[in-house]
Design a protein around this ligand. Structure first.
Ligand SMILES: [Fe+2]
Length: 124
């Protein structure tokens, strides 16, 4: 969970723009290593390695074999409908749960409404 939640915060944090920026994942992986060296990530070295991998490769378009990385990428891909005209592509999802049509529909609705889940948690 620490890897997935840290991925949510960090994977696009080094974008230079919201358009084509194919190296943003690699820059995020460098940031992950820097934060780890400063003791600012809530995980052990194995988690840091997974988080680096998830960030570095998340723009690759394939489906990863490591379940934690798969969960990171699925969460990112399920949020893509936040961009006008973009739909979830089920063939790019890795986990069975993410591929369920009801879950894709709910994620699409949440992404288009730009609902930030923590807002619901902390301000119900
Ligand atoms: Fe990204």
């Amino acid at each position: 969970m620490d890897v997935v939640s840290s991925f949510a915060v960090l994977h696009d944090s080094c974008r230079r723009n919201d358009l084509a920026d194919p190296r943003h994942g690699a820059r995020a992986a460098v940031l992950v290593r820097d934060l780890s060296r400063q003791g600012l990530l809530p995980m052990d070295e194995d988690g840091v390695i997974l988080l680096e991998k998830a960030c570095r490769t998340h723009t690759g378009g394939r489906i990863p074999e490591v379940p934690t990385v798969m969960a990171c990428w699925d969460s990112d891909r399920l949020d893509l409908p936040r961009i006008a005209g973009v739909e979830v592509r089920v063939e790019w999802l890795g986990t069975a749960f993410a591929k369920e049509s009801a879950f894709v529909e709910a994620a699409t609705h949440r992404a288009r409404a730009k609902v930030f889940p923590y807002r619901q948690i902390f301000n119900p």
